[in-house]
Design a protein around this ligand. Structure first.
Ligand code: NAP
Length: 312
């Protein structure tokens, strides 16, 4: 094993890159394990219009490339590997990426969360081309158009309520005949004249891959199997998110929903010296700018932790 690092950052979304920018500027020579697919969820979006600093908006992948270059500019080292195992029970901590092992005095976890998808072949082909997993990111593109939301939990209801302000009509397609979401959200959605529910129904197909945009969906009744077609311009899949915390299980405290538990108002996990930033510890806001903000907090907290525990 090579020399012990001051800080290793896991993940390369807005949280990871922001932590890297701050840590690099603080002379902590950070190493980022970017993951095999770098850039996080913004790599799956098109125009980002709510990240401050870009009057006309910026393409998600371009924003991430810019953050990456900014982190590299200050001397961040990047390795395109996923963390495959960690040992937070010993000090320095150990992070493994396949055959390689790295030691570090602090770790910032910024591995994010992944939107759950339906698994239809057309869904991935039309992602960012009418299919989205984020209403606040993409809803604006479907102003006065026909929008469909899939799911029956609070996320789906929240997305539907947000989208009802923009779209002509919002259909919520749910696989059962009752919602999982909270009563208050249900009431709000039921009261909204633009929102209509399509019960006991699943998506069977999304069209039109050949045109490179969403034009309609084929719906299947969950009980009768009957197929129907419905015109749609924007399809929002809101069936939940899964935080990317598998490798940390047993190493630090997770919440019952698998997100990393942090001390409120900080990025401190249950293991001193291990910090968590971005969506991996946030199931409420889930925005690029909040992820970046907590990435900054994690780097500052890591720096303070090092000052207190590793005096020069
Ligand atoms: P969730 O509560 O797990 O709901 C997921 C929904 O998607 C369920 O209705 C589920 O159907 C459906 N679903 C799952 N897999 C599906 C599939 N393959 N095909 C079709 N439908 C599928 O997830 P969430 O809505 O993201 O909420 C997660 C947590 O965050 C919850 O605790 C929620 O209260 C909280 N949250 C709160 C707010 C708020 O208060 N404003 C906003 C967002 C989230 P079934 O019902 O049949 O299982």
């Amino acid at each position: 094993m090579a020399t012990t690092r001051k800080v290793i950052i896991l993940g390369s979304g807005p949280a990871g890159y922001t932590a890297a920018i701050y840590a690099a500027r603080a002379n902590l020579a950070p190493l980022v394990l970017t993951g095999v697919q770098s850039g996080g969820q913004l790599m799956l979006t098109t125009l980002v219009e709510n990240y401050p600093g870009f009057v006309e908006g910026i393409q998600g992948p371009e924003l991430m490339e810019t953050m990456r270059k900014q982190a590299e500019h200050f001397g961040t080292e990047m390795i395109a590997e996923d963390a495959t195992a960690v040992d937070f029970s010993r000090r320095p901590f150990v992070v493994r990426a396949g055959e390689q092992a790295f030691e570090s005095h602090t770790v910032v976890i910024a591995t994010g969360a992944s939107a759950k998808l339906l698994g239809l072949p057309a869904e991935s082909k039309l992602m960012g081309r009418g299919v989205s997993t984020c209403a606040t990111c993409d809803g604006f593109f479907f102003k006065d158009q026909n929008i469909m939301v899939v799911g029956g939990g609070d996320s789906a209801l929240e997305e539907a309520l947000y989208l009802a302000r923009l779209g002509r009509r919002v259909d919520v397609v749910h696989r059962r005949d009752s919602l999982r979401g909270s009563k208050i959200m249900q009431e709000r959605a039921f009261k909204n004249p633009k929102i209509e529910f399509i019960w006991d129904t699943v998506l069977d197909d999304i069209r039109d891959v050949d045109q490179g945009k969403v034009t309609s969906v084929r719906l299947k009744h969950a009980k009768t199997g009957a197929l129907t077609e419905r015109p749609v311009d924007g399809l929002f899949v809101a069936i939940g998110h899964q935080p990317n915390t598998q490798v940390f299980r047993g190493q630090l405290e997770l919440l019952p929903n698998d997100y990393i538990k942090v001390k409120p108002g900080t990025t401190q996990t249950s293991v001193p010296g291990v910090f968590a930033a971005g969506d991996v510890q946030d199931h409420t806001y889930r925005q690029a700018v909040t992820a970046a903000g907590t990435g900054c907090m994690a780097a500052l907290e890591a720096e303070r932790y090092l000052e207190a525990t590793q005096p020069h």
